[in-house]
Design a protein around this ligand. Sequence first.
Ligand SMILES: [Cu+2]
Length: 123
Amino acid sequence: MITLTSKNKMTALLCGISFLNLSLFALAGEMKDANDTTTKQDRIEIKDFAFNPQTITVKSGAKVTWINRDEEPHTIVSVEKQFKKSTALDTDQEFTITAGTPGTYNYFCSVHPKMTGIIIIEK
Ligand SMILES: [Cu+2]
């Protein structure tokens, strides 16, 4: 049985702290990795009542993600109902679809129908 002297307690505490730091580093590393994978995704930012980029070309099977950077809610609705429409996206909320059959997909925001965008899906 080991009795903790105050020096030992300090060492134990320091070990605890460095362990915590290590896990924080590990966590930060994982978060960075996660960000790296998201940058590989095709992202469309919704800002100032517009889709940016307005036209995007992606490969079939790729994920397309919209993120709302406005304070207003926006939706993503396929003109010809080629994909499931989104719910109203709040600020910083995302919506992702997987690009399917190659073709041209027009979409708009049902809250502000003047907001339109195009996804071109290639093979
Ligand atoms: Cu909108």
